[in-house]
Design a binder for this molecule. Structure first.
Ligand SMILES: [Zn+2]
Length: 281
């Protein structure tokens, strides 16, 4: 953006006044005179002579105010654009599935008491995230597919941004990325990837217990959970299993730790997708 002549004039005046102060010369008042602003009409301008030669007359107060307001607005616009860019970068890094971007607490349909409870717990989690981040406390969202677990998990991730960042992944996503490091031409080592999962301030792992993997695959998941547990990092787990099935999938030891550090939230209602289909029919 080009600097307005006003700004240049202002800078030049400020320079003169600063020089006059530096050199210790006494500014001489020149009195007041009525001046007409093309836009705002007559105003009283006060003049001062600096450095023996340079005369400076005060400008139209309305024009000055408008100029200041425009500068403030431009500054605010710049900050808003920067904040938006930061948020977009964080969203991109968080790998939230496209269909869950824009899912918020406000557009979560909560009609029953249980749904309102799930919404309330999620909102409260964001509000107290600083504390959860310190203590490593997380959530386990359990319910059938289509009950809105991913919606609320995505809303939580977006809610903690841009103060904190997070990552949305699935159980298989973690396993695949670790397996990828076993290839000879892999850019990253297994340790690098494990460290990245362990160091993410908030990790959301979807589809826990969707299928029984091999023992090796389970070990990968436990390794990630174990590192986060030791480092007291908060994790949100999403599962379509009830407590018994979840415990069987995750193993007794991990289950005990997770129950100790996480709040279990049951999404005990029919799929929203089934409801939507029924309503559409
Ligand atoms: Zn004016």
């Amino acid at each position: 953006m080009e600097q307005s002549p006003n700004k240049i004039e202002q800078a030049s005046m400020a320079h003169t006044i600063a020089r006059s102060m530096r050199e210790g010369t006494t500014p001489a008042p020149l009195g007041e005179k009525a001046v007409v602003c093309d836009t705002h009409g007559e105003y009283i301008s006060a003049g001062t002579r600096y450095l023996g030669t340079r005369e400076i007359w005060t400008r139209c107060p309305d024009c000055t105010e408008i100029m200041r307001a425009e500068e403030l607005q431009a500054e605010a616009n710049k900050k808003a654009a920067e904040a938006k860019a930061t948020m977009e970068r964080l969203l991109d890094q968080a790998s939230i599935p496209q269909r869950f971007i824009g899912r918020s607490f406000d557009n979560f349909v909560a009609t029953t008491t249980e749904q309102q409870n799930a919404l309330q717990v999620s909102r409260a989690y964001v509000e107290a995230f600083q504390d959860h981040y310190k203590r490593g406390t997380g959530l386990i969202l359990s319910g059938m597919p289509g009950t809105g677990k991913s919606h609320l998990a995505a809303a939580i991730l977006q809610g903690i941004m841009p103060r904190h960042c997070g990552l949305y992944t699935t159980c298989m996503g973690i396993i695949r990325s670790i397996r990828g490091t076993w290839r000879k031409d892999s850019e990253h080592s297994e340790t690098d990837v494990l460290r990245a999962y362990a160091g993410t301030p908030l990790l959301v792992i979807d589809e826990i217990g969707v299928q029984y993997g091999t023992d090796g695959e389970q070990t990968i998941l436990f390794d990630v959970l174990d590192r986060r547990y030791r480092d007291q990092m908060p994790t949100i787990l999403l599962t379509n299993q009830a407590k018994a099935g979840f415990k069987q999938f995750i193993g007794d030891r991990s289950f005990d730790r997770l129950i100790e550090t996480s709040r279990w939230v049951a999404f005990d209602w029919p799929s929203y997708r089934a409801t939507a289909r029924k309503e559409a029919a």
